[in-house]
Design a protein. Structure first.
Length: 258
């Protein structure tokens, strides 16, 4: 019974606090007579969402489904694959990791225009930006997970005459899964941010980043906040989905107990 109560509390407290923030926001806008061009009230943002559902849906598909998710799976798969290769050959750690560090330090505002020039104005250039952004977190987290097994566990596998591949599949990859999921949770947020920001530097006449820049130029801040709200809800849902899958896959890990 106590477990059920705890689960209810985990939902109720954030939801209640969020409603309180929205209420205070609405009251503050009305009380201080803040211009809607500066800060629209939550009711105006909700009305903008309900009145622009077809546009918001088209923008969501362009940015999230085509740009962010495609870049997420490509960058994540590349990061995991490169980590497995680096882990096998020690000399690659000295050669490839500095290059990966360099890629992680690349500013998105400089990277996005180059990707637009290479891949065009459609979602492909945004997916390329996202893939580069998520590659490094996945690489580092996967490498950390593969190195998380202790000497006793590896020695035990050797006593069973297990080779590199058998040890990798039966010991090291399962041990790395919590680290991989941590990288995925980081990457889901980066993917959404990267796809939206990349659209500032060139996109078709749709997309969340495109809509934000366009509506901001018209001072239609209710629509800007509507896009921001959809983005925040999407990011939260993606993070929650990854966390749910992690809980199902790594149920044996101590972090998932209790």
């Amino acid at each position: 019974m106590r477990r059920a109560d705890t689960q209810v509390e985990r939902v109720a407290y954030p939801a209640g606090f969020g409603l309180l923030v929205l209420l205070l926001w609405e009251i503050a806008v009305w009380l201080f007579e803040i211009s809607p061009a500066l800060l629209p009230p939550p009711t105006a943002i909700g009305a903008a969402i309900m009145g622009s559902l077809p546009i918001l849906w088209e923008d969501w598909v362009q940015t999230v489904v085509k740009g962010a998710l495609n870049g997420l799976w490509m960058g994540s798969a590349a990061g995991i694959a490169v980590a497995l290769v680096i882990d096998r050959y020690d000399f690659l750690k000295r050669g490839l990791l500095p290059v990966a560090n360099f890629m992680a330090a690349l500013p998105i505002v400089g990277l996005a225009p180059i990707m637009v020039m290479w891949f065009g104005f459609d979602w492909q250039s945004k997916a390329a930006v996202v893939a580069i952004m998520v590659f490094f977190p996945m690489l580092v987290n996967t490498l950390g997970g593969l190195a998380s097994t202790d000497t006793m566990q590896r020695d035990l596998m050797r006593t069973y005459a297990a080779g590199h591949m058998a040890t990798l599949v039966k010991l090291r990859i399962p041990a790395a899964l919590p680290f991989v999921f941590n990288g995925l949770k980081i990457s889901t947020t980066l993917a959404l941010i990267g796809a939206i920001v990349a659209e500032y530097f060139g996109s078709p006449i749709r997309g969340m980043g495109f809509r934000i820049t366009t509506e901001m130029g018209r001072l239609a801040t209710d629509m800007v906040w509507a896009e921001i709200t959809i983005s925040a809800l999407t990011g939260t849902a993606l993070y929650g989905l990854v966390a749910l899958i992690e809980k199902r896959v790594t149920f044996w890990h101590p972090s998932q107990r209790g």
